[in-house]
Design a protein. Structure first.
Length: 188
């Protein structure tokens, strides 16, 4: 597979994905603050994201990762209002193996409305069109909202890795959900 970069702007019916940049950091901090309690449960970085300077540092990391083809991070905007409602990223990019992993979160006030399912579909369509064969979503076994989102987006349960993900209460099991490129024939 050839190395590629996805488009920096991806359009869905109700969401717009835009490569993470430094234009929306105050909105990002506001979304994190609104959702801090829920996010903290499963995202290790929340406790270390206290102010605008922390968001700016994270954005710089996301920009470098994009440039280096290590991860592609997007902000998710509600299309009709252009409100920042969350993020989605493709990471663990393996061109040789034609695979990536998705990670995501939504601000609390925008959950249970189908926005993340659509954002997943918008990003996976871009990745599948570029030739990615396998997309995974991994989540803490106790993070039922994330696993339900993966299932609603058409991902199938694949496996559990025992004590594989850090949680502030100890190591938790990690579930993996998978979807294969529908345009690729599978020989098994």
């Amino acid at each position: 597979m050839d190395i590629f970069k996805p488009q920096e702007h991806l359009l869905g019916a109700r969401v717009v994905l835009i490569r993470r940049d430094d234009c929306y950091e105050e909105e990002m901090l506001s979304a994190i603050n609104e959702s801090r309690t829920e996010l903290r449960e499963y995202l290790f970085w929340v406790d270390n994201t206290k102010d605008l300077s922390d968001v700016k540092k994270a954005t710089q990391i996301f920009q470098k990762q994009w440039d280096d083809n290590v991860a592609w991070g997007y902000n998710i905007y509600q299309r009709d209002t252009l409100e920042l409602i969350g993020t989605i990223s493709a990471h663990n990019i393996q061109f040789k193996n034609q695979s990536v992993e998705l990670g995501y979160w939504l601000r609390t006030s925008k959950t249970h409305q189908g926005y993340m399912k659509e954002a997943i579909h918008v990003l996976e369509e871009e990745l599948f069109n570029q030739g990615i064969h396998r997309i995974t979503i991994c989540c803490d076994v106790f993070n039922k909202k994330s696993s339900k989102t993966a299932i609603r987006a058409g991902y199938k349960f694949e496996s559990v890795a025992k004590e594989a993900v850090y949680h502030h209460t100890g190591l938790h099991d990690l579930e993996t959900y998978v979807k294969f490129n529908p345009c690729h024939q599978r020989g098994f």
